[in-house]
Design a protein around this ligand. Structure first.
Ligand SMILES: Nc1nc2c(ncn2[C@@H]2O[C@H](COP(=O)(O)OP(=O)(O)OP(=O)(O)O)[C@@H](O)[C@H]2O)c(=O)[nH]1
Ligand SMILES: [Mg+2]
Length: 293
């Protein structure tokens, strides 16, 4: 008899939810950056161990909605909570517990799901600081079990996974044993390019960027051509992404190509262009087509 279910990851932006999913899945299914609000879509990462399958739902970090994009992200959180078997609240151990965490903890209490708490980034804390933040986390009074972890080093992650597995209901696997994610491959490729952009830009630019794959052409086993479009909202953002004498777009292309080559397992010829598309974040029809529901 097998066990399988959904675990939804909740937490403020930037606490390390996507990093943790990648660590549990054992491969990159979600992009990561130190800019808040990196994750836009609810991505499922799949981890199958023997007779147990965990389907981890990587949610966008919860915050107050500002536009159609962030509103959808917040709505998505509610919908995913309703469809899950357990919730994992991730806290940033470096920052301690704040009002944002208490807000999310309340939403999780209301959801009536079993809640597990992970205090992340303990690789950055002294043992004394770890004890102090675990005590703060305990005062949230949202979970029976609290796990100190580092998604970056993997410390504590196996113990956390074993506990999550113990919460999964009886039932057949929800994904194939070999599967790691529910995302179409092109979406992952687009996300890897977006990650390369986000890591090199500041202020509002990371939030204004979306990437669309226009063509993936496997010329041979050794070479794949990828053509992608980077959208921004204003001509000045376009100027920033192109950079002086094209230096920025070149740097983005080099970094993104490496990621794509790792993912596709062959050489990649990457062609990037930047296009201004005013107000895409407020365009509901467009968000539908982008799969940001
Ligand atoms: N030192 C340290 N850094 C970490 C750890 N986990 C994540 N980070 C870093 O924290 C930053 C945010 O990580 P993400 O995984 O993108 O965070 P997130 O919670 O998915 O963020 P959003 O998608 O924006 O909600 C990145 O720079 C990560 O490298 C950890 O265990 N230790
Ligand atoms: Mg994320």
């Amino acid at each position: 008899m097998s066990n399988a279910g959904f675990v939804v990851l909740a937490g403020r932006p930037n606490v390390g939810k996507s990093t943790l999913i990648n660590a549990i899945v054992g491969g990159k299914v979600a992009i990561v950056s130190d800019r808040p609000q990196t994750t836009r879509r609810a991505i499922r990462g799949v981890c199958t161990n023997g007779e147990v399958q965990l389907v981890l739902v990587d949610l966008p970090g919860v915050q107050r909605p500002r536009d159609a994009l962030t509103e959808r992200m917040a709505r998505r959180v509610q919908a995913e909570l309703a469809g899950s078997d357990a919730a994992l609240l991730v806290l940033n151990g470096e920052q301690g517990v704040g009002p944002g965490d208490r807000f999310i903890a309340q939403a999780l209490r209301d959801s009536r799901l079993p809640v597990v708490l992970a205090v992340n980034k303990i690789d950055r804390l002294s043992p004394a600081d770890t004890v102090a933040v675990l005590a703060q986390a305990n005062e949230l009074d949202v979970a029976q079990e609290i796990f100190p972890i580092s998604a970056r080093t993997g410390q504590g992650v196996a113990t956390l996974v074993a506990h999550l597995e113990s919460l999964m209901p009886d039932g057949p696997f929800l994904f194939g044993i070999e599967e790691r994610s529910d995302q179409p491959h092109e979406v992952l490729l687009a996300e890897l390019i977006r990650e390369a952009v986000i890591k090199r830009t500041f202020h509002e630019v990371p939030h204004a960027v979306e990437v669309v794959i226009e063509e993936v052409d496997s010329e041979s086993e050794q070479l794949t051509r990828v053509r992608a479009l980077i959208w921004v909202e204003t001509p000045s953002q376009k100027g920033i992404l192109i950079g002086a004498h094209g230096a920025m777009i070149k740097a983005i292309g080099i970094a993104a190509r490496k990621e794509l080559e790792r993912e596709l397992g062959c050489r990649v010829h990457l062609e990037l262009s930047v296009r201004v598309r005013r107000g895409w974040r407020a365009d509901e029809g467009l968000l539908d087509r982008l799969g940001i529901t």
